[in-house]
Ligand binder design. Structure first.
Ligand code: SF4
Length: 415
């Protein structure tokens, strides 16, 4: 080959995405999923307007709770993959959703783990015989590229709402805007989104979680500051080569889909004000934003605000402790009523003793609730659950509350 001739570019391998949602498969899958996660108690609560009273005990359920459309689809696809590729090794990138019960169920079906402390296989060992499920949060671009280049069969369950955020940050990168992502830097969805914010490779991003951190960024935007201190503070939360002196000139805000809506709006407002303060209000167009909180997250937050308008003795929020949207439901409840973030009904050890996740301490603690103690005293317990919580866990929680107040499942179900 002559020295000045470029070698031909390697042909780009076409991603091997498979559609496992054929009508015959889905019919069987839906029956299976329903069997695993269905709840008669939840159906009863729904049909009775979200409130169930037995004797002097009332349980109220938020109007919107539990599995969202994105999670339902992801679970359906994982079950379908197991049916379609009955004899293949199937791997999941991380957790399909943030709920230990659902992930345990998939593991029992022989779906293996690909990331974390003890993966079932090394990434580079996978090949064209292997099936890989991409979770509802999506996955980082580099990982997707690697799996596709190794020829793996991909069952992609990424939620459409997450992909909308990717579209937005790609547009920011194309227009020369840095994406400021309101979210948790180590959350799978945010990592996947951040990788798309690189655009063709020269785009930048900065992940901001709290309003305090947002104020720090705003101060830098408006008045500058110590570059090294900035980079140290946001270590692990910005793109490679990010320079706050260069890459905060034009910024676009996006968010992890499951954030608290009011907080995201406040963050947008503060960053817009900082850009305006710096540019004197005359330099239009250096700030953009797009509300990327998903509809399901919003509906669950709104439904909880609504339910909290009526008095209750305590609130139980059921869900995985690493679930972002569930955490925000706990924050909403926490300021208004005694709120307990429980993984499942086993956390309610007795009437007065509840094991729950403390957001401040970032761990499980045991608290005492006097509200349920006196059997003669009427109580109202509110229940809600994040978008990754199956109905059977909600049912067990409701039954546990009634059981501890002296009522049997038959009385609750009216059998
Ligand atoms: S919480 Fe929202 S973004 Fe996440 S899977 Fe559900 S619908 Fe999709």
């Amino acid at each position: 080959m002559p020295a000045d001739t470029e070698p031909p570019a390697a042909p780009k391998r076409k991603p091997r995405r498979v559609n496992v949602r054929t009508p015959e498969v889905m019919e069987r899958v839906q029956a299976e999923v329903e069997e695993h996660y269905r709840s008669r108690v939840v159906e009863r609560l729904r049909s009775s307007g979200g409130s169930l009273t037995v004797g002097n005990t009332t349980v109220r359920l938020a109007k919107q709770f539990g599995f969202c459309y994105g999670v339902e689809r992801a679970i359906d696809l994982a079950y379908a993959a197991r049916r379609v590729f009955a004899d293949s090794d199937i791997y999941l990138i991380g957790e399909i959703i943030h709920n230990p019960e659902v992930n345990r169920q998939l593991r029992e079906m022989g779906i293996k783990n690909l990331v974390g402390a003890a993966p079932d296989a090394a990434l580079h060992e996978l090949g064209s015989e292997d099936v890989v499920i991409v979770p509802a949060f999506g996955a980082e671009l580099s990982l997707m590229d690697q799996l596709e280049s190794q020829g793996c069969l991909m069952v992609d369950t990424t939620c459409g709402d997450v992909m909308s955020v990717w579209k937005r940050v790609r547009q920011y990168a194309k227009a020369g805007f840095t994406s400021i992502i309101h979210g948790k830097a180590n959350h799978e969805e945010t990592r996947a989104t951040a990788s798309r914010a690189r655009g063709g490779g020269d785009g930048h991003y900065l992940v901001v979680l709290t309003l305090e951190d947002c104020d720090y960024v705003c101060e830098y935007i408006a008045r500058g500051g110590d570059r090294d201190a900035f980079l140290e503070k946001f270590k692990g939360a910005h793109s490679e080569g990010f320079d706050p002196d260069l890459h905060l000139q034009k910024v676009g805000v996006a968010n992890q889909t499951t954030m608290l809506k009011g907080e995201t709006e406040e963050l947008q407002r503060r960053i817009a004000a900082a850009v305006e303060a710096r540019d004197g209000g005359g330099e239009a167009g250096n700030f953009q934003f797009f509300d990327t909180i998903c509809g399901a997250t919003q509906e669950r937050q709104d439904a909880l605000y609504k339910m909290l308008e009526e008095p209750m003795d305590l609130l139980l929020v059921v869900g995985g402790y690493n679930s972002s949207n569930t955490t925000h439901l706990v924050e909403i409840g926490g300021g208004r009523v005694p709120t307990f973030f429980i993984r499942d009904s086993k956390c309610i050890g007795s009437l007065e003793q509840i094991v729950h996740y403390d957001l401040g301490q970032k761990g499980e603690v045991t608290s005492y609730s006097g509200a349920l103690l006196d059997p003669a005293r009427p109580v109202t317990v509110g229940v809600t659950a994040g978008a990754s919580c199956p109905n059977n866990l909600i049912e067990e929680t409701v039954l546990r509350v009634f059981e501890l107040r002296g009522y049997s499942p038959a009385e609750v179900l009216g059998d």
